[in-house]
Design a protein around this ligand. Structure first.
Ligand code: MN
Length: 329
C-alpha cells in the first residue's frame, strides 16, 4: 500500500469529466517488464524493456524497485557511479532512500517523496538505504525514471530537487473513484511540484475496483501507463493490464484507466503511474550511465569519467569508496 493515501477522496479537488468531443487514447502496445537486480542486488522490474525509444521519448528507462520486504541486514543500494546527459527521477512509494552526489546535492527521501537529479554535463552519485534501515530491514518500493535532455541542455549545470510528499498535488477523479498524486506537470490546471527541462507530466493514480479514471492529458505529450500493482484495463479499447505491465497509448487528449472489479487481496486497488512528455526527436546514443546524441559523445563521457572530469566523491560522505562506471542505475 502506498504511504501517501487519504481517508476520503471525496474531499479532494476533482478532475472534470472529459468534454463531449474528447478523444480517448487507444492502446498501441502492452509489454511485460522482466525482473532483474540493480546496484548491489536490489530487485527491479525493467518497465520499458522491449519498447522502442521513439515510443518512450522523452523517457528512456524506468525501474520499479521492489516492492520488497527486506530482512534485517539485507537492504541494498548502489555504489558511486556517474551520469551525463539526462535526469533521474526517484519516487519512493514506501520506505527510505538516501542520495548524495558530487555536486553537493543529496538528502533522504521516504514515503511519497521524490528526488529529481539533473545530471546535465556530469555528476557522480550514490543511492542507498540509510544505515538504520539496513539494520532493521523493512518495506521498500519505489521507481526510478530517466528523462532525456535535449541536445541544447545536455551540458547544463547539475541540479538537485527535493520534492516532499506533502508537495504532491492530490486530486480525485470526477466520481472520486480514483486518487491522484501529481508529481510533475499539469493535470486539469493543477500543477505538481517537479520542475523539468523537458515538458512532461507524472501522476501516480490509485483506481478503486470497478472505477474509471478519465485523465485529461496534453495532446502534444505521449502517454505511458505502467502498472505498479493490481489489475484493470487501459485506453478506449480497454486493453487488459496487470502488475508489471506497460501500456503505450496513441494520440488523443484523455488517458482512460479502469480498475478491475476483482483484485487480488494483497493488491486491493489498481496502482498505476501515468507518464507523458513532449518528444525530443533527436538521435539517442545511450550506453550504461550516459545518454548522448552520438556514439563519440558517449566515448568522450567515459574518457571524462576516467579522467575525473565528472566530479569526485565527496571526502566526508564516503559510505562505500568504490566508483563504478558500468552500472546502468
Ligand atoms: Mn544513478
Amino acid at each position: 500500500m502506498p504511504a501517501v493515501t487519504v481517508e476520503d477522496t471525496t474531499t479532494l479537488p476533482r478532475v472534470p469529466l472529459p468534454a463531449p468531443r474528447t478523444v480517448r487514447r487507444r492502446t498501441r502496445s502492452v509489454t511485460t517488464a522482466p525482473s532483474g537486480f540493480e546496484g548491489e542486488g536490489f530487485p527491479v522490474r525493467r518497465a520499458f524493456a522491449g519498447v522502442d525509444l521513439r515510443d518512450l521519448d522523452p523517457f528512456l528507462h524506468m525501474d520499479q524497485m521492489g516492492e520488497v520486504e527486506y530482512a534485517p541486514g539485507e537492504p541494498k543500494g548502489t555504489s558511486w557511479h556517474p551520469h551525463r546527459g539526462f535526469e533521474t527521477v526517484t519516487y519512493i512509494i514506501d520506505g527510505t532512500f538516501e542520495h548524495a552526489d558530487s555536486h553537493g546535492g543529496g538528502g533522504t527521501i521516504s514515503n511519497g517523496d521524490t528526488q529529481w537529479m539533473t545530471a546535465g554535463g556530469g555528476v557522480l552519485h550514490i543511492e542507498r538505504p540509510p544505515e538504520h534501515l539496513v539494520a532493521s530491514g523493512g518495506l521498500f518500493h519505489g521507481l526510478q525514471l530517466w528523462v532525456n535532455l535535449p541536445r541544447a541542455q545536455k551540458w547544463v549545470e547539475p541540479r538537485y530537487q527535493d520534492l516532499r510528499a506533502d508537495a504532491s498535488v492530490l486530486l480525485a477523479s470526477a466520481d472520486a473513484g480514483a486518487f491522484l498524486r501529481v508529481i510533475a506537470g499539469d493535470v486539469a490546471g493543477h500543477r505538481g511540484p517537479g520542475s523539468t527541462y523537458t515538458p512532461m507530466a507524472m501522476v501516480h493514480a490509485t483506481v478503486s475496483p470497478g472505477a474509471t479514471l478519465d485523465l485529461p492529458w496534453d495532446p502534444s505529450f505521449n502517454a505511458l501507463v505502467y502498472v505498479l500493482s493490481g489489475a484493470g484495463s487501459v485506453g478506449i479499447d480497454a486493453a487488459p493490464v496487470r502488475t508489471g505491465q506497460l501500456a503505450v497509448l496513441g494520440p488523443g487528449d484523455t488517458v482512460t484507466v479502469r480498475g478491475a472489479v476483482h483484485q487480488e487481496s494483497r493488491t486491493p486497488a489498481l496502482d498505476v503511474v501515468v507518464l507523458g512528455g513532449r518528444p525530443i526527436r533527436e538521435p539517442i546514443a545511450m550506453y550504461g550511465p550516459f545518454v548522448m546524441n552520438t556514439r563519440q559523445e558517449v566515448v568522450d563521457a567515459f574518457d571524462d569519467f576516467r579522467a575525473g572530469r565528472l566530479g569526485s566523491v565527496p571526502a566526508l560522505r564516503v559510505p562505500h569508496d568504490t566508483v563504478r562506471g558500468e552500472t546502468g542505475q
